[in-house]
Ligand binder design. Structure first.
Ligand code: NAD
Length: 315
């Protein structure tokens, strides 16, 4: 059985490995919907209880497919997180205004076929005007909690300084969770520096993308991946090293991320039941310390090298 950990002060117990449902929207490759639905059921059977999705993934497709998968599944078997504020490639791709957030939550509940989500999160706050995020989006999410449509409120984003700036600006207790992505894994451990402030604020931490959105896989990153060339090349070299040793970098990456106990859950995504199974099974094996040291040495020159995200630096 997968370990359960406390998510901040929410009282929720979440599996140390969570299911990221972005792949149900065909973000990485076109998927067969029935295979996607089987993957959700298999993930639950493997002991995963945290499921994270967003209207943005596959432009509502991931929520719709997930809703079909969850039909008939007992509601207490899963902790459901979705997002609001980020919508698509067409303008307005981001909208954190209060009315849109309220409407978005209702739309998500409809697609997911549930009367409430456990967690509603502002999606990638670095793309919003932070005044609007703080003064409109977070209050609108809290009103959804009062209305029984969500149980807790979170924010997500890549640049940790922006995430922490939002945490700093809101009243204590307004934000229950932070979802950080690509900032804790074999290539990057910047999230560790943010943990003390988040813990002090009682905020639960979710780490997404332990495979760095495909960088730390043998298949390699998708064409749209924003990582700089140097980081992509170092990750490829790390994957090749694992291959030469007869090991899989995905296994090492998942083991490494989940081993950090201050992170409540690590979200990994796949639309293949077999891949989700190998991600869970990876946690039963001890980490190969020698391989880990060699992979970290290959990645050392690009350690904590991230990429620009959002509009804050242009303001
Ligand atoms: P990830 O690190 O989970 O990588 C996903 C890629 O790895 C996919 O191509 C998948 O097919 C592949 N993969 C997964 N398991 C594998 C295995 N065992 N072997 C080989 N390949 C494997 O990155 P992600 O999908 O970006 O993140 C996971 C989830 O985290 C998302 O679905 C989403 O729920 C969440 N997330 C949220 C945000 C945000 O809120 N801003 C950002 C990123 C991710």
């Amino acid at each position: 059985m997968l370990e359960r950990r406390s998510l901040g002060r929410t009282g929720l117990q979440v599996s140390s490995l969570g299911f990221g449902a972005s792949s149900l929207g065909g973000v990485f490759r076109d998927i067969d919907e029935s295979e996607g639905i089987r993957t959700v059921h298999h993930a639950l059977d493997l002991g995963i209880n945290l499921i994270d999705v967003a209207p943005y993934y596959g432009l509502t497709k991931a929520e719709t497919v997930l809703g079909r998968a969850l039909r008939g599944v007992q509601r207490d078997r899963y902790v459901l997180a979705t997002k609001c504020g980020r919508y698509g490639p067409e303008a307005p791709d981001f909208d954190f205004t209060g009315d849109r957030i309220t409407r978005s939550i209702d739309e998500s509940l409809g697609r997911l076929g549930v009367d409430h989500v456990d967690l509603i999160q502002a999606h990638d706050v670095e793309f919003g005007d932070l005044d609007v995020v703080v003064e409109e989006c977070i209050p609108a999410m809290r009103r959804a909690v009062e209305a029984g449509k969500a149980r807790f409120v979170g924010i997500t984003g890549l640049p940790l300084e922006v995430v922490l700036a939002v945490v700093d600006r809101v009243d204590a207790g307004s934000i229950d969770t932070v979802l950080s992505y690509c900032r804790y894994g074999l290539h990057d451990t910047a999230l560790l520096d943010a943990l003390p402030a988040l813990e002090a604020a009682g905020i639960g931490v979710i780490n997404a993308s332990p495979l760095a959105m495909g960088l730390l896989t043998h298949r390699g990153a998708p064409a749209w991946h924003p990582a700089p060339k140097e980081l992509q090349a170092a990750c490829e070299a790390a994957a090749e090293l694992c291959e030469r040793r007869g090991a899989r970098i995905e296994k090492l990456a998942v083991q490494y991320a989940v081993a950090e106990l201050r992170i409540a859950s690590t979200l990994v995504s796949s639309a293949s039941p077999a891949r989700m199974q190998s991600n869970v099974e990876a946690l039963s094996d001890p980490i190969d310390e020698e391989l880990l040291a060699d992979v970290l040495a290959v990645l050392e020159p690009v350690h904590n090298q991230s990429w620009p995200s959002g509009i804050q630096e242009n303001r």
